[in-house]
Design a protein around this ligand. Sequence first.
Ligand code: GLC
Ligand code: CA
Length: 503
Amino acid sequence: MNRPAWLRDAVFYEIYPSSFYDSNADGIGDINGIRQKLSYVKDLGCNALWLNPCFDSPFKDGGYDVRDYKLVAPRYGTNEDLYALFREAHELGIRVLLDLVPGHTSEEHPWFLESGKAELNEYSDRYVWTDFWIKGTPGHPYIGGETPRNGTYMLNFFKCQPALNYGWAKVTEPWQTPMDAPAARATRDAMADVMRFWLTKGCDGFRVDMANSLIKGDDDEKSRTCALWKGLLGEMRREFPEAAFVAEWGWPRQALCLADFDMDFYLDHWGNGYNKLVRSADAYLKGNDPLAFVTDYADLYEASREYGYMSFITGNHDTPRISHYMTPEQLKVGMALLFTLPGVPFLYYGDEIGMRYLEYLPTKEGGYTRTGSRTPMQWSEGKNLGFSDGEAASLYLPVDPAKDAPTVSGQQKDPDSLLNTLKALLRLRHGTPDLRSDGSFTVLYAQKDDPLLVYRRGGLTLAANPSNKPVNTGLSGRAVFQIGAFEQGVLGPCSFVILEARA
Ligand code: GLC
Ligand code: CA
């Protein structure tokens, strides 16, 4: 597979900057806070970061409404702080991906302010506009009445996020831009310029937001959008061969095979394999059989494994936290699976201690039901659970008020904690080539109405049982890692084992 070699051993840690660590007591996490916690990330066993957008923004969608792609949001610090983060991370062997939002900007972006003017200018076609104030973009949400320009503009997501114009697959209206028109090309080049800017400063690549949304009116295969990415990523790789790109796409047949991303998230889509593994009512990790997960996953894996990596996620800033769906015992088994299946895994900050989803919180910065997964990291007992020295009322979001809220320092002391279990597992992963992203994978056992899942990675046999009953595996061999009980071939309730295959 022709992907950056470092991805073979990469384990990512996703950080929501507002909520990780506040270094200056203003209640909001910041870049210097992340710098102070790099050794924690390293010690945990993660060697790569993905930072959610940390750019200047009105924060109507948690920073996914970018006002200046090349400026760190003042509340997070300065560009120099971020450059220092790159340097210090690299000294520890940690790579850093930033979040690229190519499909839309904030409605406050200077490009958009220019684009909305009545007079033609360089940015008139940077966004998708119709040619009459009351004519909308059919099949897409749009806004009228806000600008001097005689037209309406298409939205990509919230009202504050006008869609950038990469052109239309098929032009059927006079106001639509062909894909090869100079204006569409200019948008693409502007995004290449943003990527080049950060890559030159030391960032190691990008997580790409809504990567499949660029060309409007694309076919079901997204063939035009895929071709655009293939070209753009190729251009970046010629200059930055070590850079890595992960798509928010959720369909590796397109993202990896056609669009040429290195990684694609296995996202939580209704009824897909990830949903059936972690989140559906009949999810495998709740103790059901693994068939629905295995069937979907094995198929996608086979189709895409020559091209790139599928990325399992513990969760992300858009999903309820994984701890919401299962018992703490099942969560350990879940982590064991997510970090021993093929591909490049992503851990959402706080999931390593089983932080809770605080579903009752009022919405913050466009978070809505996502807000409860964005609360401050819980470092220690005491003031603000170690997140900030500021006043509790000033915090970005309140910390988990539960008496038994898990913390890093609490779990560090407990050899059996989720944190220490995960650390041991990641240590093993890094020391075992068979467990790396590109190590081979075969399902050995997955049957209807049976919670036992057995799979092989190279010379290792792995078995999981997230149910509350013991199962007979018929397996033997030396256990190199174990959660729960494994004796004489019987895997206890909520247990997991990695065995060296017999010679
Ligand atoms: C992606 C992000 C999400 C954001 C949306 C619009 O799905 O993960 O947080 O709201 O795109 O940019
Ligand atoms: Ca701060």
